[in-house]
Each structure stands twice: as structure tokens, then as C-alpha cells.
Design a protein around this ligand. Sequence first.
Ligand SMILES: Cc1cc2nc3c(=O)[nH]c(=O)nc-3n(C[C@H](O)[C@H](O)[C@H](O)COP(=O)(O)OP(=O)(O)OC[C@H]3O[C@@H](n4cnc5c(N)ncnc54)[C@H](O)[C@@H]3O)c2cc1C
Length: 601
Amino acid sequence: MPTYKTPLRDIRFVMNELLNFEGHYRALPGGEDAIEVTDAILEEGAKFAENVLTPLNLPGDQQGCSLEDGVVTVPDGFKEAYQQYVDGGWPSMTQNPEYGGQGLPHSLGLVMNEMICSSNLAWGMYPGLSHGAMSALEHHGTEELKQTYLTKLIEGRWTGTMCLTEPHCGTDLGLIKTRAIPEADGSYKVSGTKIFISAGEHELSENIVHLVLAKLPDAPAGSKGISLFVVPKFLPDAAGEAGERNGVVCGSLEHKMGIHGNSTCVMNFDDATGYMVGQPNKGLAAMFTMMNAARIGVGIQGQALIEVSFQNALAYARDRLQMRALSGPKAPEKAADPIIVHPDVRRMLLTQKAFSEGGRALILYTAQLVDLVEYGSDEDKKEADEILGLLTPIVKAFLTEVGFEATNEGVQVFGGHGFIQEWGMEQFVRDARITRLYEGTTGIQALDLLGRKILMNQGETLRKFTKQIHKYCQSISQQELMHDFAKPLIELNKEWGDLTMKIGMSAMKNREEVGAASVDYLMYSGYVVLAYFWAQMAEIAQKKLAEGSSEQAFYQAKLDTARFYYARLLPRTRAHAAAMTAGVDCLLAMEESAFGLGFEV
Ligand SMILES: Cc1cc2nc3c(=O)[nH]c(=O)nc-3n(C[C@H](O)[C@H](O)[C@H](O)COP(=O)(O)OP(=O)(O)OC[C@H]3O[C@@H](n4cnc5c(N)ncnc54)[C@H](O)[C@@H]3O)c2cc1C
């Protein structure tokens, strides 16, 4: 059975040494409280993840969820773990005090998220979905909706869902068919079928608050005609508690590749009573509030799965004896050397380590931007919002793409044993696979990055971010020890802008060029962004080593991982640069009818 140990030393390295969270919190209103409780949150979160959630992960995967007479049963122990989570006050940690929250910065919740997702992703999705619902209600709900629903979600007694997808549409939500008919009392009757609804039905909480996209009878066609509704499983009674059953039921559960412990439901809405959130036909804006938070959450899932896969692969590689090192025995007293001596096994482990630790730096940097958007000054808010918008598709798609690659490497380190269920390594791959799909596939994130976030504002936000990297490069360019990092980063940072310009020019002639370049562009961007963080981590490590820190081994490992990233992973930008500029012709030249000529008559 796999194990998990919260990487507290590394989390603290990123928070304290790389990103100065203390200074960041000090600048936020009420941030002193966050400074005071950070350590306790890390320690308690780690205990909960290691002792409560980790032991439920593999059995939860094997048991899965079941549906009988409309009742979904989750794996053994999940309900008790959820109660412990609620008793510990975790759901309210970063929520608004006006509605019962503790008002701590969102970044602390995101740190906790990594621990939860490493230890038990399927379980983590139950409280995770509530966060999207809370953020939509907080930003777009009326006071009455907030008092009725947000307060209960914050307490954790009720949980939330996001009901967007329908059988005929996932990416293109303008096609939804679910209807909402206005009633005389201001409520709506919602009817339609939603599929793939995570945490759609279960008995962990007293009530489930569905946030549902639907169309009003006179709605304009397409995405301009979408509205958002709250549809509770149980209608609140006079005391505001879960009362009469509403017209929403789970029709069936999906049998799926991974996250077996999370119920993925077909939800049937049949004249269910709902209440509008936000303005009529402006549901897309409200929905994006949910989705942006959720997209960063999914990026964390990718990174968190790399971390736990890496920890287990490392333990195995130290223990497993096979063959001798090419240069001669390293453990002559044993029958063979541990496989960690082999360069190729080290390549796999370092790939995992570099993506997990680099990904953590990117995520926690993004987490600070989330705090600034919520609590910063007007000027900080605007700036942070722009950069956050740019980085969100990278966090979501890059970290889940490399998350899938790196968890696969975890299986590979185990050899054939990695393919066997009882070791748990294949579960990480199966669980990681969904992260590339939900909350917008990689293809859609890539279009968002290149099209909406970059080309549509003439590269202005990208220029701001590359300027920031450039400034950093200048600050290290005179340091001899940083030469190996500064030079490639300066070149790539400049090339990032040049490639953007090139694609922008060809897109002016043919808009299809954007779609042809986008995924390679996103991956390229991800590698450059991680290189920016790895350079900064290498700089800190070198300084600490030079100062004679008592943690020489930790900082040396940081530096070695940074060097590995630059030497072995960053060169992948060459292939992405070549592919993204190869143009659309090779993709569109073939007639559609010719695709299957090898097997169709
Ligand atoms: C386990 C699981 C849990 C989920 N949880 C939820 C949930 O809680 N709530 C919810 O509402 N939904 C949920 N989903 C749905 C998920 O968000 C969608 O499956 C996803 O957004 C993709 O939509 P689709 O499956 O309809 O694929 P499609 O939209 O049909 O896409 C198919 C393929 O076409 C590509 N494609 C589509 N349009 C374009 C384009 N314009 N340009 C380039 N490529 C394009 C896509 O990238 C993809 O590769 C879940 C799905 C799963 C499997």
C-alpha cells in the first residue's frame, strides 16, 4: 500500500524562502492572523492527510461508489473522514467571516489542497466541489441566497456541485438544453439532464447544493443565453434546514477509469425548484468564477499526484535490487545494487521531483495572486488579476499534462509491479488521467491561453510577465554561479515573445493557425515558467550553500534538481517551438474522407 508524507520542508522552502509569504500576508488586511496560524495549519493539515485520508485511498479506489434506490454509498471511512474535516473547521478556513468563515487568505486553502489531493484525490473532490459553489455564491448570489446556502456550505454541513455538462455538450456549453421556467414567487422550475457530475449524490453531508447552468425560455441562442441557478437536493425549511426533497435525483453512476471513490453522477432535474444566481443570461460570467478557482484546483491535483507517486517510487528505487551499476557495484555487500544507482531510474525520479517541486512553486506563486485579487489594493488587484488570468491555463493544463507523464514514470520505476494494483502506483496514473480532461481539456486551456489571454490583448499581459522574468534575469546575470540558469532563461524569455508574435502574424492571415499552435505553445510556456521558478530556487540554494547552511544536503538537492530541469526537461522547448511554428497546413491538408482509407473501403 502506498504511503504519503507531507513535504513540509519543501512547502516551507517555497513559502518562506522563495515567495516570502510572511511579507505577503503582512501586506494583506488582517494578514497577521494568517502568519500566526500558518504553522499550525501545515502541521494539522499534514496529520489529517497522512493519518486519515491516506489509509482510505487504495481501499476507496477498490471499493468505489454504488447506487441503490437513488442513494449513493461512498467507500467505507469517507463519511467519517468528512465529519472529521468539518469538525476541524477546514471548510470555513478561507471563507468570508460575514457568513461564518474564518477569513484566512485563499493561499492557505490551496496549500492544504495539495496535501488532500496527494493523500486521497477522490475524497478531496467532495469538499473541493463546495469551494466552486461557495465562490460563485459569494460573488454573484443575493444576500438571501448567501444567508441560506453559503452559510451552510461554509459550515460544511452542506456540500456543493457544479452541474454544467450535458450528454451532447461539455466544451460548448452554449448548446445546453436544461430549461428554467420562471415561477410567480421568483423561483424557477429547472428540468434537464446533467452528466458527469462529481459528488452529485452522496450522504456525506445533510444537503447538496447544485449550481446548475440552464436556459430561460426566451434566452438568446448560444453562450449568451446561459443562466446560473442554485438547486438544492432538499429545499430549506422555515428554519433554513434541509427540508422537503426537491425534484433532482441521481439517475446512474459512471463506471470510470479513476477517482473511483468519487461519485460521478447522471443528475436528472425534473421541475426542480431553483433560484437564479447573478443576472439572467449572464451565467457564463458567474460560472467562470467557479471555474477559475476550480482550474487552479485541478492544476494542484496534477502536481499533488506527482508528489505522492514520486515519494513511493523513491522508496521502491532505494529498496529494489537489480543488476549492478555500469561503473561497478555500489552495494557490493548485497546481491545486486538498488535500482536508484541506474542513470535511467534517476532520470525518472528526477523528472518527478523537478515537476512536483517546480509545480509547487508555480502554484504557490499563483496562490498569492489569488489572495491579491481578493484582498489587495485596487492597483494590486488589477495587476494580479491579469497575471493570474495568464497563468491559470498554464497551471491547469501544463501541470496535469506533466502530472500524467510523471505518475506514469512512477509506474515505470516499479517495473511490472507498478502495473499491479496492490502497489497503488497505477491508481495514481488513472486518477491523474481525468485532470487533463475536466474543467476544460488541455486543448481548450491552450486556446484560452494563446487566443483569449494573449493574442486578444495584443500580448500585453504576456509582455508584463516576461518583463518580470527579464528583470529577474538581469538581477542574476552578473552572478557567475547563476550563469547556467540566466543565459538560457534570457534566451527563452525573449523567444517566448518572438514566437507569440510569429503565431499572431500568421493568425492574422488564417485564424486556424491559433488552434494549430496552441497546445505546443501552452507546453512551451509551462516549461519557461517553471524554468523561471527553478532559477530562483537555484539562486536561493546557492546562497544558502555559500553561507554554510546547516542544511547543506537539502540545498544541494535543490540545486541539483534545478540543474537537472535545465539540462534534461527544458530542452523540450525546442521540439515545442518547432512544432508550434510548423503551421496549420499539415493538419488541414488531408481531406476528412481520407483519414480512414487504410481500413475503410
Ligand atoms: C470523471 C469526470 C468528472 C466530471 N465532473 C464534472 C462536474 O462535476 N461538473 C460538470 O459539469 N462536468 C464534469 N465533467 C465533465 C467534463 O468537464 C467534460 O467531460 C469536459 O469539459 C469535456 O467535455 P466533453 O466530455 O463533452 O468533450 P467534448 O467537448 O466533446 O470534447 C471532445 C474533444 O474535442 C476537443 N474539442 C472540443 N472543442 C474544441 C475546440 N473548439 N477546439 C479544439 N478542440 C476541441 C476537446 O479538447 C476534446 O479533446 C466531468 C467529467 C468526468 C469524466
